[in-house]
Design a protein around this ligand. Structure first.
Ligand SMILES: [Zn+2]
Length: 508
């Protein structure tokens, strides 16, 4: 019996198909073998790295039963890419008097010389295989070019274990099950709508869920933990989140697959409770994150809201500072902190400096609370920007329509120019025709250039419109600094009248 064996490799995508290999094998059959029984074995999509392949094993069964006289393959490495495996198989073939033929390499297994050649060939094959493995490993290493642990204290929930990543001695984060479980719990509970840091702290104490080997949870510790991206399974939403905050992200977006945690590092002049991470960097690490990005982001939104409230109590200034004027005396109104109420709440309000510093003005009636004024102005600006956005969208559509119109007109002129040329070429060049044609051509060229100029003007205006449209969107998410910057531009002043009513004078 003659056996034809084919294996399609997994190592290379566009390797030769099994069908083609069998065709090559058939060509190796001698005319006198045509009448013999032929058995075909095929292993599709298998690696040559091992011999645990169905087709191959079935073939070897027949060999061991002494039923096979000849094995034909397309290439030696179809049998095995491992030299030792190959030599063993060759030995078995020999024992069972099996002739072995390859369509691509010519050799005679019965001579010592042939055997030597086989060995050399296999060394090359093995070398090739090793280099394939190298390439695959390299590609993987490149793909997984995530970061090393950038140092710092051990984050709760993990232990630091020595590791070698890309030949560099470093440390890797390993989850500690009991602590990791607690971290997940903290995120899940805090993500709930009505949960505050204070209540979370109380809850953890009440449930006896205290940090392992550490003193008890405080709101500060919980806040730090909840803000740490080391716990999130970072996906594109997380990338987006930090990107929006101006953080430099050192890992490629394509690696944010929702599996691994990330680390924020680098120096910041701001305190860690601030959400300005523009001078910080984010790197994806190699440890699996503990919580999903949706829960993590929900927690960030809550923390940010919290922080805004805290800031408005602790920070006596307002993003409207310098713009608020007392109408009666014309002096600037500045924010000061009021006395704490019974519930301990401290509110900021605008105070006339003509009243407090110079004693020349009674000041407006009632209290002008900073938060109320800020909220009101915030809404007014949002409305203004929405209006702009609307007209922006409208004029963008108009511009788009006109640009299209111009393109059509230019096309028409180009056609006329071409027709004119055709007429001249077919009708011959007499002087009169040439003069008319010349005039016409000059006119058409003039028209075309005018249209081009108009189109350029429209295109640049369209860019400006795009900026305005984007501005409206970013106001919604603007932080204190950005709000202040926008307020400086769009508001001329805010007058507080005697009766406490408000008038905004716009720069728009
Ligand atoms: Zn005043």
């Amino acid at each position: 019996m003659i056996v034809l064996y084919a294996r399609k490799s997994v190592e290379r995508e566009n390797s030769i198909s099994c069908e083609t290999q069998i065709e090559y094998c058939k060509m190796m059959m001698k005319p006198e073998e045509r009448g013999e029984k032929v058995e075909i074995f095929v292993d599709n999509g298998f690696s040559g790295g091992n011999i645990n392949r169905d087709g191959f094993q079935n073939m070897m069964k027949l060999v061991r039963q002494g039923k096979v006289s000849k094995v034909i393959v397309y290439k030696l490495d179809r049998i095995s890419r491992s030299l030792s495996d190959f030599m063993n198989i060759l030995q078995e073939f020999k024992e069972h008097k099996v002739e072995f033929v390859s369509s691509q390499e010519s050799f005679d297994t019965s001579s010592p010389y042939g055997e030597l050649i086989v060995k050399i060939l296999m060394v090359f094959a093995e070398f090739e295989r090793t280099s394939i493995i190298n390439r695959v490993t390299q590609a993987y290493a490149h793909r997984s070019e995530m970061g090393f642990y950038m140092g710092g204290r051990r984050p709760y929930g993990f232990e630091l274990v020595p590791a070698i990543i890309h030949n560099v001695k470093t440390k890797k984060l390993n989850p500690i099950p009991a602590e990791a479980e607690q971290v997940r719990y903290i995120f899940e509970v805090y993500a709930q709508e009505t949960m505050s840091l204070r209540r979370l702290q109380d809850l953890l104490i009440a449930e006896g869920k205290q940090p392992v080997n550490e003193s008890h949870w405080t709101t500060a510790k919980l806040s730090t933990l909840l803000r740490n991206p080391i716990y999130v399974r970072a996906d594109s939403d997380i990338y987006d989140y930090y990107d929006r905050h101006g953080t430099q992200i050192t890992t490629d977006l394509s690696l944010f697959t929702g599996e691994y945690g990330a680390q924020l590092y680098g120096h910041t002049k701001h305190d860690s409770a601030n959400s300005d991470w523009s001078d910080m960097k984010l790197v994806l690490l190699t440890h699996p994150g503990l919580v999903g990005s949706d829960i993590w982001l929900k927690c960030q939104r809550k923390l940010e809201k919290n922080r805004q409230i805290t800031n408005s109590y602790s920070n006596p200034t307002s993003w409207l500072a310098g713009k608020v004027i007392c109408e009666q005396c014309g002096h600037t109104m500045t924010t000061i902190k009021g006395k704490p109420t019974q519930s301990g709440e401290v509110r900021r309000y605008f105070n006339c400096t003509g009243k407090s510093h110079k004693k020349i003005c009674p000041g407006p009636q009632g209290s002008v609370y900073a938060e109320d004024l800020e909220n009101m102005v915030d809404e007014c600006i949002a409305e203004k920007l929405a209006d702009l956005k609307q007209t922006g969208h409208h004029s963008r559509n108009v511009e788009r329509g006109e640009i299209n119109d111009l393109k059509l007109k230019i096309k028409a002129i180009e056609q006329q120019e071409k027709q004119l040329l055709d007429t001249m070429l077919t009708g011959g060049f007499n002087d009169a025709l040439l003069t008319i044609a010349n005039q016409k051509a000059t006119q058409l060229k003039q028209d075309r250039l005018t249209l081009y100029a108009r189109m350029e003007e429209l295109s640049s205006r369209k860019e400006e419109t795009d900026v305005v449209i984007n501005l409206a969107n970013s106001w919604q998410t603007a932080d204190y600094q950005r709000k202040k910057a926008v307020a400086m531009i769009v508001i001329h002043k805010i007058l507080i009248r005697k009766d406490g009513s408000i008038q905004i004078i716009w720069n728009l």
